[in-house]
Design a protein. Structure first.
Length: 106
């Protein structure tokens, strides 16, 4: 307890805002994510290409993960567009995701 070291956290929390939208359509394949601590277009540059995990719990108690990737910014206030392997369900809007700090481009 006192002498144990905890592994470093390799993710940043994010919130699902919804889908990319137009005037008369929405693009279910592109989700909008607000990353905690990312408040400008310049901050988004660090997160481009990073992996995003949407984690759910199945009926049998197992955890399921839908992986995605940050593909570009959306506006100027730190919201990003992400593409997931399987489109996020509508129930996920308002839910949480983990934005992984890898792969690194440094």
């Amino acid at each position: 307890m006192a002498g144990e070291k905890r592994a470093p956290r390799l993710h940043v929390d994010g919130a699902i805002l919804g889908y990319k939208r137009g005037l008369r359509n929405q693009h279910n394949s592109v989700s909008l994510i607000k990353i905690k601590g990312c408040d400008s277009k310049e901050d988004v540059d660090f997160y481009l290409g990073k992996k995003v995990a949407f984690i759910t719990k199945a009926a049998d108690g197992a955890f399921r993960v839908n992986w995605g990737k940050v593909c570009r910014h959306h506006g100027g206030n730190g919201v990003v567009r992400c593409r997931f392997r399987r489109d996020l369900p509508p129930q996920s809007i308002g839910g949480r995701v983990r934005v992984m700090l890898y792969p690194s481009r440094v």
